[in-house]
Design a protein around this ligand. Structure first.
Ligand code: PRT
Ligand code: ZN
Length: 286
């Protein structure tokens, strides 16, 4: 019998939408809505268990779920025995130390003897130790950013994304301790059949992620210009070249990345390319 892989996802919050989008892009159709604790998939040997993000590392470490999607910050904080199998590129943020804007900051030793409010005492403690600093850690869950303003702490250690929460609380970021993004984690001792399901899931994710930021390009070129044009196009291998009905002309197909898109288009035009067509790519399978 085929093994069902149990995947823990955040029930609601910042990771939920991105996690469900990945399921969708991997072609996995979940049977029931997210209100239920468990949703089986209709067309893939997987079921989703909806949890609070804080509980995902432990659930995966204990094997109550086989895999999960969670912020790397939670994995680092909880120190549970899980494997990070893939970085997923969304929900990017950093864990930083911030102090009141008007305060003079001359380096890490500022934190000696200070009181720091955080929901991430584990990561903070490690950072303080590795820098030989001694501070008082005040653990609070939620609204960490208001604590210096109300006199509860001298500094905070919290998640920063755009930085606007810090600004509106008159704080400044002075040290970035770790960066984080959503990661796919797995139990370190998965049985082979479940590992095979996980591998297929990862293969599908990679096909989608590889396609992001790339475009398919088609253009027409006189035959004598094809080698020059091929040299401009990086592509997966060498470009596909097909003869056009009009003699002496060919159609050239390749893949280009968004990053150097306009530069490449300019070079192609100067090299004699015409009728350039650019189309989005959904998936790339190698
Ligand atoms: O209910 P549950 O426990 O599941 O959710 P939660 O409330 O604990 O977590 P949630 O949904 O807020 O965040 C889940 C994960 O998203 C985090 O663990 C991070 O990995 C990631 N993430 C990415 C963020 C942010 N960006 C973020 N900006 N998590 C929180 N924030 C908060 C931060 O705490 C601060 O209050 O947003 C504020 C800062 O944002 P900026 O843009 O103003 O800098
Ligand atoms: Zn949480």
């Amino acid at each position: 019998m085929e093994q069902v892989l149990r995947m823990a996802l955040q029930a609601k919050g910042r990771l939920n939408e991105g996690s469900l989008k990945l399921m969708d892009e991997a072609g996995i159709e979940l049977v029931i809505g997210r209100r239920n604790l468990v949703s089986p998939a209709r067309n893939f040997p997987l079921e989703v268990l909806y949890l609070r993000d804080d509980d995902i590392p432990q659930t995966v470490a204990y094997g109550a779920a086989d895999a999960g999607i969670v912020g790397e910050n939670e994995v680092l904080e909880k120190k549970e025995e899980v494997r990070i199998v893939k970085r997923l590129g969304f929900s990017k943020c950093r864990l930083s130390l911030a102090i009141p804007q008007q305060t003079l900051y001359e380096g890490k030793s500022w934190f000696n003897g200070k009181k720091i409010a955080t929901s991430y005492p584990g990561i903070l403690k490690d950072w303080l130790n590795s820098n030989g600093l001694e501070s008082e850690i005040h653990v609070i869950n939620g609204s960490v950013e208001i604590s210096p303003g109300i006199g509860l702490s001298d500094a905070i250690f919290d998640i920063v994304s755009s930085g606007s929460t810090l600004v509106s609380n008159r704080l400044k970021e002075v040290e970035t301790v770790v960066t984080s993004e959503a990661v796919l984690i797995a139990n370190p001792n998965l049985e082979a059949a479940k590992q095979a399901v996980l591998d297929e899931f990862i293969f599908r994710l990679e096909s989608v992620m590889r396609a992001e930021g790339r475009k398919y390009i088609l253009l027409n070129a006189p035959n004598e210009k094809i080698s020059e044009i091929s040299a401009i196009l990086p592509g997966m291998k060498s470009p596909t070249v097909m003869p056009l009905a009009e003699s002496g002309w060919s159609s050239v197909h390749s893949v280009i990345s968004d990053r150097d898109f306009w530069e490449v288009i300019g070079q192609l035009k100067r090299a004699g390319a015409e009728g350039i067509l650019v189309i989005p790519i959904e998936k790339m399978i190698f």
